[in-house]
Design a protein around this ligand. Structure first.
Ligand code: ADP
Ligand code: MG
Length: 613
């Protein structure tokens, strides 16, 4: 067995400090780069792209836990390069630090193959066009086990088996196959979207999930995001000396409740940027309903010296030399495109104006404006790292002023009112205030009930009982609605179907990433099912970071929130009474499932005290 590089053994008596052997050092370093099957997929696909392949096939079994294989027809490697490639910091892409600022390739750190070789059993077969024979190398625990000549097509065929076979703690940490496959699909899409002129296929457990024939960007978007976007895409193209932006944005009618279809690429690298995201959303401002998100696939090309891609090992967050210009530029380009296609009738700049003369690009971005952006709730929902789908809980800020009335729970417990026994006087009229609160008299004072939060508790309890006993009755849709989703949302929804059925939603797969809503719960108004399911997917993504909830619990929580009557709705006496009765029939009426109070009790002695009596 040949180690890729050797280090001298330290004298055990003289030292307690020793240099870690390469295989252990590599295993530790691998934790940065390879967190889950999807991270390996990303690295291998990027290597194939960097090798200039026009055909890239990804094959996975058991969501990448058993096998990840990438076959490309790129330039291949020489026999000696094929073994060196697995050493740490082995790269053909940069030679000196200056090269970092002129990066044209996806990779440059020389860490990916070394990390993969540290945590999986790897076999690579590769051949360059100029070589008659290729080479096959087997690697395990960072060490070359075997290398021999082989006949193989030009290009590289790399397979990694049993990811984390030697790091059981990490292996146990992996999520369900459905969840890991979804991550893989996300990474696959991010690479395939950026290189529409190349063939990409994805085969999972022997079934071809994607076959993306080479084409233009528009065709690739429709291949990936679905036919709903056919004839609903508006082209964006602006070129300046500083940067170019091009790609497509969805017409306002394609806006969805879910943020899924938003892609930004900088120099062909997928990035997550709350800031740029906000620029696009703001450009749509009055064209789409609040809380819905336009779809877009936008490419920004700029001088590599203007961006720092070296910020994070997985390279999804990048720093721009001048963020404000980027924000203004993206916003202006999107507005311009919407205006040109007469999607937005009146806009505050001339259609023919060169983008460079626009105020948005020319005028300095004031710190005032920046502050306003940073404090907007939309921006803040994004600020949590790696949580593009994080949704801030509403009303969180108000909790402080309620909390005197509650024992603060220790972690994991829910809030409970100090005095659970209270008697509502049903013969005194209920009063609704600001279409938000209900005041009801009690034998010792009054309660102030939050109508939406109270109803969320009621619906939650109803759904929990239904899920444990009989299924919620379904009403058949007279005009079944079809949903077309992106591939990763399809994966999520497919996983949720049985649980949805249990709570009254009958949703059936319809092939090609679409679904038909055949029925909805009998007590829910028809007409909103498309939104309801899209919102469910969006919220479910938020919950998926909280591992301690079961899938059904997550769905029930989402649906309870959705089906609850909202603030702003006028309630009659009967409705208020029904709500209050069902609230106090719940086992924990005082809090919502997520721990917000549903009502506050004001007692006579407290009121007397306020008035100094
Ligand atoms: P990086 O991509 O950052 O250079 P990697 O560890 O991913 O580092 O790869 C190391 C080197 O191996 C690359 O620089 C490249 O020269 C070579 N290599 C990796 N994958 C391929 C491939 N599919 N085809 C050709 N060469 C490859
Ligand atoms: Mg690489």
């Amino acid at each position: 067995m040949l180690f890729l590089s050797t280090r001298k053994k330290q004298d055990p008596l003289a030292n307690i400090i020793h240099v870690l052997p390469d295989n252990i050092a590599n295993q530790i370093a691998a934790g940065e780069v390879i967190q889950r099957p999807a991270s390996a997929v990303k690295e291998l696909l990027e290597n194939a792209v960097d090798a200039g392949a026009s055909s890239i096939q990804l094959i996975v079994s058991d969501a990448g836990k058993a096998l990840i294989q990438v076959i490309d027809n790129g330039k291949g490697m020489s026999p000696s390069d094929a073994a060196i490639a697995f050493q740490r910091h082995a790269t053909s892409k940069i030679k000196a630090i200056e090269d970092l600022f002129a990066i044209k390739t996806m990779g440059f750190r020389g860490e990916a193959l070394a990390s993969i070789a540290a945590v999986a059993q790897v076999t690579i077969k590769t051949r360059r066009a100029e070589d008659e024979l290729g080479t096959a190398v087997d690697i395990e625990n960072s060490a070359v086990q075997k290398q021999e000549a082989c006949s193989c097509p030009v290009g590289t065929n790399i397979s990694m088996k049993n990811l984390f076979f030697n790091v059981p703690a990490r292996r146990n940490f992996l999520k369900s196959n459905a969840a890991e496959l979804k991550h893989i699909i996300d990474e696959f899409i991010r690479v395939a979207m950026a290189y529409p002129d190349r063939l990409f296929t994805l085969t999972s457990n022997g079934q071809e999930v994607f076959h993306l024939a080479p084409g233009n960007i528009k065709q690739r978007i429709v291949q990936i995001l679905g036919n709903t976007y056919t004839s609903k895409l508006v082209s964006v193209t602006e070129h300046t000396d500083y940067m170019n932006i091009y790609g497509f944005i969805g017409k306002p009618e394609t806006a969805r409740k879910t943020r899924g279809d938003q892609y930004f690429f900088v120099n062909n690298r997928f990035i997550k940027s709350a800031y740029l995201n906000h620029a696009v959303n703001a450009a749509y401002a009055d064209l789409i309903p609040k809380d819905s998100f336009p779809g877009y696939v936008l490419f920004i090309d700029l001088d590599p010296s203007q961006v720092d891609i070296n910020v994070h090992p997985t390279k999804q967050e990048i720093k721009f030399e001048d963020e404000k210009i980027m924000y203004a530029f993206v916003g202006a380009a999107v507005k311009h495109a919407l205006a040109q296609f007469s999607v937005a009738p009146s806009l505050d700049f001339s259609l023919n104006a060169d983008i460079q003369s626009l105020d948005a690009v020319n005028k300095p971005f004031t710190s005032e404006k920046k502050e306003a952006t940073a404090s907007s709730s939309l921006y803040q929902t994004f600020t949590q790292k790696h949580q593009a789908h994080f949704i801030e809980r509403e009303n969180k800020g108000n909790l402080g002023h309620w909390k005197d009335f509650y024992e603060m729970p220790s972690k994991g417990e829910t809030l409970t009112p100090k005095k659970p026994s209270l008697e509502i006087l049903a013969d005194t009229p209920f009063i609704q205030i600001h279409k938000t609160y209900i005041i009801a008299s009690t034998s010792h004072g009054f309660v102030l009930i939050h109508q939406q939060l109270a109803h969320e508790r009621v619906v939650y309890d109803k759904l929990v009982i239904a899920a444990q006993t009989a299924q919620v009755p379904t009403q058949k849709s007279l005009f079944p609605v079809t949903l077309s989703l992106g591939a990763s949302d399809t994966a999520i929804l497919s996983e949720l179907l049985p649980d949805l059925q249990q709570i009254g939603y009958q949703v059936e797969p319809f092939g090609n990433n679409s679904f038909v809503v055949q029925g909805i719960p009998a007590d829910v108004e028809p007409g909103n099912e498309k939104n309801a399911i899209e919102l469910l997917i969006e919220q479910y993504k938020h919950y998926s970071s909280e591992i301690n909830f079961s899938r059904r619990e997550k769905i029930i929580r989402c649906m309870a929130r959705q089906q609850a009557i909202k603030t702003g709705q006028t309630l009659g006496q009967k409705e208020m009474q029904a709500l209050i009765e069902s609230l106090f029939a719940c086992t924990t009426p005082g809090v919502t499932p997520s721990g917000s109070p549903t009502y506050i009790e004001y007692k006579e002695d407290y009121l007397d005290q306020l008035f100094g009596k």
